[in-house]
Ligand binder design. Structure first.
Ligand SMILES: [Zn+2]
Ligand SMILES: [Zn+2]
Length: 257
């Protein structure tokens, strides 16, 4: 059994064949999928998909790309939607200083605010950090993010950063890019992270692993990431599946069995 801890099934890329995508995931042993609604137009769709499939759950929040769109209605709406049973985390929130689609100052402010909101909602957070490692760590520390815990998704930092996050109770999530030729750094970091702190994800429709790189990503492909992690850590695929599943159940506070 595998879990795709982070995908975006409400995105238009899946509009045409969502049911087939979910079916293929099941057939590949992916028991649960966590779909992340990153902006206002996607929240109800993410929740609707989660509510209509027993194996799907939702994560809601405002992505750093969309931080500039936050207005007076945003947090009251999220407060309401996040009360739904199928919402298991708050996110993805954080900093993206690579694309800078929202001004940096706005991203920093909204990241802090949303950590506070997640704590109020008693949900773990899903953190997006691209090219903003020191700032992300600073905010996680100063906002006492260890009180909610959560996941650093699509982790791209070094081992020292991973260690600080793990010490704060965070899990480190690895996407399909671990199979890319140029991902030597990430592979080195994953070798050192204890399996007890690792999650696997697709971030579908993005970051499609080899051998499908270039095509649309989908949750069934999470197994290629699991296979790569097994190879790197010299443990069995079953062990990776079992540990990452248990970790996901723990961070999303779901009952086992
Ligand atoms: Zn992200
Ligand atoms: Zn994502």
């Amino acid at each position: 059994m595998l879990i795709d801890s982070h995908a975006h099934l409400e995105m238009p890329e899946f509009k045409r064949d969502l049911e087939a995508v979910i079916q293929r995931a099941k057939q590949s042993g992916v028991e649960y999928i966590f779909t992340v609604g990153t902006e206002k137009k996607d929240w109800t769709r993410a929740l609707e998909i989660a509510n209509s499939h027993p194996s799907l759950y939702a994560i809601l929040g405002v992505h750093p790309h969309n931080a500039k769109e936050i207005d007076d209605q945003t947090y009251p709406t999220l407060r309401e939607l996040c009360r739904e049973k199928k919402v298991k985390a708050y996110g993805e929130i954080g900093l993206d200083f690579f694309r800078n689609l929202s001004p940096r100052e706005v991203q920093l402010k909204r990241f802090r605010e949303q950590i506070a909101l997640a704590k109020e909602l008693r949900l773990p957070i899903v953190v997006h950090d691209r090219e903003a490692h020191p700032e992300t760590l600073e905010i996680l520390k100063s906002e006492k993010a260890e009180e909610c815990g959560g996941i650093i998704h699509c982790f791209s930092g070094d081992y020292e950063m991973a260690k600080v996050c793990m010490d704060m109770g965070f899990y480190i999530s690895v996407p399909g890019s671990i199979t890319f030729k140029n991902a030597e750094n990430l592979r080195g970091v994953v070798k050192r992270i204890p399996i007890e702190s690792l999650l696997i994800e697709t971030d579908a429709p993005f970051l499609t692993p080899e051998p499908f790189r270039g095509k649309r990503n989908e949750p069934s492909y999470v197994r290629y990431t699991a296979e790569k992690v097994a190879e790197l850590k010299k443990i069995s695929f079953e062990k990776v599946a079992e540990a990452t599943t248990a970790n996901a159940m723990r961070v999303y506070r779901m009952k086992v069995g």
